[in-house]
Design a protein around this ligand. Structure first.
Ligand code: COA
Length: 118
């Protein structure tokens, strides 16, 4: 997916690095004034230090500078930390996709669809 994003004219990939350590990454797909946050993570060993908030603010600022008017994303309903992070950054829930994610045991989980106007 990252290889595909690096080759796509619509995608921007951010890597948050400290020396040679990968702290986190974000992938944003943007077409005209609409952007989609495709992937977003902080290295498991570095979580809970405010880096997620820092990277997200940077991505949203850059998206606005690249002409985005709104950013969309989807997140698992059980992902409380990510939901809180996105809400603090100004995202609101606009819909739910029922049973969108499938767990290895066959159970399903809803996707929360969120949007932020920049
Ligand atoms: C979601 C994720 C990116 C957050 O990154 P992070 O660097 O840990 O987040 P931050 O330290 O900036 O904290 C963000 C908020 O969540 C809270 N938080 C962080 N870790 C937490 C934890 N383990 N339990 C409860 N709250 C937590 C913080 O207190 C902060 O809230 P605040 O703004 O009120 O202080 C990171 O946990 C992650 O990569 N998770 C796995 C991948 C993932 O879920 N990506 C999102 C997919 S849509």
């Amino acid at each position: 997916m990252y290889a595909g994003s690096l080759e796509s004219e619509h995608d921007t990939v951010w890597l948050m690095l400290q020396d040679d350590i990968l702290l986190g990454a974000a992938v944003l797909m943007q077409v005209l004034d609409e952007a989609h946050l495709q992937n977003f993570f902080i290295n498991a060993k570095q979580q809970g230090r405010g880096l997620g908030g820092q990277l997200l603010r940077h991505v949203l600022l850059q998206a606005r500078q690249q002409g985005a008017g709104s950013v969309f994303l989807e997140v698992r309903a059980s992902n409380r930390v990510a939901l809180q992070l996105y809400q603090r950054a100004g995202f609101i829930q606009y819909s739910t996709r029922k049973a969108y994610y499938r767990h290895p045991d066959g159970s399903r989980e809803d996707a929360i669809l969120m949007k932020a106007d920049l």
